[in-house]
Write a protein that binds this ligand. Structure first.
Ligand code: CA
Ligand code: CA
Length: 143
């Protein structure tokens, strides 16, 4: 019986490792947010975007504010953060929401480099950033 329970514990530990698979496979990624963040409030109180640490909208939040709604054109960028590490949010965002006409463009690497799926309208209900970008986002633009 003892042996069976040891076996069970081993199985549970193994399945835990496998459900954390992406994190384990990329041990150099830091996929936890370090705290709640608000940026742009010195310009105004229009909420432009929200990111959450987890895919289902839970965990720490990252809020982006601005003086106005976002512009209609993507060629004029309304907010940009070249490296989320400055806010303790490197490789952490999993879900995005956007408001006030803003769309979000995420990048895999700092300085708007690496993989990106372009400007995306996540809307006020929000959306998962997708398996290819989850816990990999290092910079972003809003427009
Ligand atoms: Ca995350
Ligand atoms: Ca990254």
């Amino acid at each position: 019986m003892k042996r069976l329970s040891n076996l069970l514990v081993a199985f549970l530990l193994a399945s835990l490792l496998f459900t954390n698979g992406p994190g384990m496979a990329q041990a150099n990624y830091r996929y936890r947010a370090h705290g709640d963040v608000k940026i742009g409030l010195k310009y105004g109180t229009h909420l432009r975007a929200k990111f959450t640490e987890h895919w289902n909208g839970t965990g720490h939040t990252f809020l982006v504010y601005g003086s106005t709604k976002c512009t209609r054109s993507y060629t004029r960028v309304d907010n940009r953060v070249p490296w989320l590490r400055s806010y303790g949010w490197d490789n952490a965002a999993s879900r995005a929401y956007d408001y006030n006409r803003c769309d979000v463009k995420f990048y895999e690497h700092p300085d708007f480099r690496g993989r990106s799926k372009g400007y995306t309208n996540y809307g006020a209900r929000g959306g998962y950033v997708g398996n290819r970008m989850n816990d990999r986002i290092s910079s972003f633009k809003l427009s």
